[in-house]
Design a binder for this molecule. Structure first.
Ligand SMILES: Cc1ncc(COP(=O)(O)O)c(C=O)c1O
Length: 248
């Protein structure tokens, strides 16, 4: 873990730090979907974010903090099936730091090309959570680069929480925010920011079928496969079965 925790204060500080490097994404509404759902829905279009995903927020916060902490840093390294990898590559380029990104074989070419185009070194590994973690650790050990974990990092969480700052500024009286969850970094950041800004607003984590959360809640203990596996889902960015790390 990076710092000692994350709360609204860290999310606000993250926003100050990254604001000039990310987009304030638009919030869309849709009458048809409102009618279908019987709710008033708002969509925060993070697909229009720098690098194509909200991940630019957390990556910028964590990488810029690494540079602040260690101006002579040898750089950063991460493992990611794509979106976080692109985001760290982008953040490292903005910060002027060398970067390596470990991706599982089979990662869509468009994501690999983006990582390379941001100037990062691309390293392929076997498509398993254990393999990518191991290769990332080896690079960190050999080069001294700081590991920017995709979600198990308070600075990343604080950056992702800036989504809620913008959303609640625009729509302050939301009843609930639905967040697609993989490792849980975005959900954590949004949850702490939302709790601080509007404690009446509920935050729901939305998971693909086969993920551990539902099973764990039903069984009142954490339920994951050992060794952990990637989920079969068309949502290729959220295939991680566990929130946080398995076995830690
Ligand atoms: C597009 C997209 N949505 C949602 C998520 C889930 O984010 P987290 O791992 O922080 O839960 C990811 C993570 O890679 C993603 O890329």
């Amino acid at each position: 873990m990076s710092t000692t925790g994350v709360g609204l204060q860290e999310v606000r500080a993250a926003y100050q730090r990254i604001q000039g490097w990310i987009h304030r994404t638009p919030v869309f509404t849709n009458e048809g979907l409102n009618n279908l759902s019987g709710r008033k829905l708002f969509f925060k279009a993070e697909n229009l974010q720098k690098t194509g995903a909200f991940k630019a927020r957390g990556a910028c916060n964590a990488v810029f903090l690494e540079k602040e902490k260690n101006p002579k840093s040898p750089g950063v390294v991460t493992h990611s099936s794509g979106n976080h990898g692109q985001a760290v590559a982008y953040a490292a380029k903005c910060a002027g730091l060398p970067c390596s990104v470990v991706v599982p074989k089979g990662t869509p070419k468009v994501k690999c090309d983006a990582i390379v185009n941001y100037g990062a070194e691309l390293v392929f590994c076997e498509p398993s959570p254990a393999a990518r973690k191991e290769v990332c650790a080896q690079i960190a050990e050999a080069t001294g680069k700081a590991i920017i974990h995709p979600f198990d990092n308070y600075n990343v969480m604080a950056g992702q929480g800036t989504i809620a700052l913008e959303l609640l500024e625009e729509v302050p009286d939301l009843d609930a925010i639905l967040v697609p969850i993989s490792g849980g970094g975005m959900t954590s950041g949004i949850a702490v920011a939302t709790h601080g800004l509007n404690p009446d607003c509920r935050v729901y984590a939305v998971e693909p079928f086969g993920k551990e959360l539902q099973r764990s809640l039903e069984n009142k203990k954490r339920m994951w496969d050992n060794p952990p596996r990637f989920l079969e889902t068309i949502a290729d960015a959220i295939r991680t079965q566990q929130v946080r790390e398995a076995g830690n």
